[in-house]
Design a protein around this ligand. Structure first.
Ligand code: GLY
Length: 392
């Protein structure tokens, strides 16, 4: 009874404060909503076989995946980043646990998604703890990823499935692996990882972009002679369409590749694809794109918050290399939009996710308009990048 009375008092005082102080900004209210979402991560129990990947609001069900799934590393990454934002050690303790569950992936040579899995977990961890063990996992994972590189093509092979159609598929998402390879060279002094990353970035630069600087999703090569067999999509609306998250991987990938190489052509590509994206007539005013810019059902097509957060994070970095305010303006606009009820998950939902309205795989009708772990990852990264920039 006493507890209920106290809670009532707190609620009444809070309502009085908010109603008396009409100046209280929406941002202040949403700061609290975001903190409420963070707490859900503390409530979710560690399980080495069940990484939270997405959440169905309709079914009230968390989709859980094993460590081999391409998204497994983001959950640990989210915990590391929430720890960095809040300074609270409980998140760090949990982050360590979830990061350890990923380690066996360092031997998994059957997919290219090593960067997402290992660098978003162990790589994030290295920002918070000095660990030779974490470093060795990053180097071993890079050695494993290197086995998928074909020198004749000049690329890392992305996928092994769909062998009847593709011979050597390379997807634009693969650019995201390069951060781990560049770091592996810094850790080990073995320059081969850096060199391989540069070759991959150059091949992708040559073959993945259309004249308007939008990116194809998949380029399939002949591994015997390096010739291009086809340029197609797997997750976009059709082969000629503009899959929003793919543009995100391209923008983020080339901005990051510039960070490690200072090669101007990477910066130019990042800017060219960004300008294509920002000036597209189908980019909504709140900055959150439809899942594909060419879905004929626009404006009724689902949005993809994950594409928005990948790009908002990349553009904080791109702004720092170029000093062009339009890039930073976009990142800030996205964050402002996402900190509203339209995009933040309600506090009553007991699942470790922050944002609604991402689209995972539209052609497969999978994870449409749902909270997805990687949207949160790049949202948190954007917040941290903006915070870091404000300090300078
Ligand atoms: N890398 C897979 C995706 O973006 O859905």
């Amino acid at each position: 009874m006493k507890k209920i009375k106290n809670t009532l008092l707190i609620v009444i005082s809070f309502s009085l404060i908010t109603s008396c102080n009409s100046n209280i900004s929406k941002e202040e209210t949403s700061k609290e909503s975001i903190q409420n979402r963070f707490v859900k991560f503390l409530e979710y129990k560690p399980d080495s076989l069940a990484f939270p990947r997405s959440y169905s609001i309709v079914k009230n069900e968390i989709k859980k995946v094993p460590s081999k799934d391409w998204t497994s590393g983001f959950y640990a990454g989210n915990l590391w980043q929430i720890h960095e934002l809040t300074g609270e050690s409980e998140y760090k303790d949990l982050a360590k646990k979830w990061t350890a569950f990923i380690e066996k992936e360092k031997y998994n040579d059957r997919t290219h998604d090593m960067g997402f899995k290992v660098f978003c977990s162990f790589g994030q961890g290295l920002k918070h703890i000095e660990s030779d063990h974490y470093k060795s996992v990053i180097v071993k994972s890079s050695q494993t990823l290197r086995t998928r590189f074909n020198n004749t093509v000049g690329s890392i092979r992305s996928w092994d499935f769909n062998k009847k159609t593709w011979n050597f598929p390379v997807i634009i998402d693969n650019m995201m692996n390069l951060e781990m390879l560049f770091e592996a060279t810094k850790i080990s002094n073995d320059s081969s990882f850096h060199k391989l990353a540069v070759i991959h970035a150059n091949t992708t630069l040559k073959n993945h972009f259309r004249p308007d600087n939008s990116s194809y999703h998949v380029v399939d090569y002949n591994p015997e002679n390096g010739n291009i067999r086809m340029k197609v999509t797997h997750q976009g609306f059709n082969d000629a369409s503009v899959w929003a998250r793919g543009q995100g991987w391209a923008i983020y990938g080339y901005t990051m590749a510039y960070r490690y190489t200072k090669d101007k052509k990477y910066l130019d590509q990042a800017e060219a694809t960004t300008n294509f994206y920002l000036s597209h007539k189908n980019l909504p005013k709140d900055g959150i794109p439809y899942w594909d810019f060419k879905d004929p059902s626009i404006p009724n097509a689902p949005r993809d918050v994950s594409a928005a957060t990948v790009i908002s994070s990349a553009l904080v970095e791109l702004y720092q290399y170029t000093n062009k305010p339009k890039y930073l303006d976009y990142s800030k606009k996205v964050i402002k939009s996402l900190k509203t009820e339209e995009y933040l998950l309600k506090p009553t939902i007991n699942a470790p996710f922050i944002l609604k309205h991402s689209t995972g795989n539209w052609p497969k009708k999978d994870e449409i308009d749902e909270p997805i772990v990687y949207a949160d990852y790049y949202f948190l990264e954007t917040l941290l990048r903006l915070k870091e920039m404000d300090k300078q």
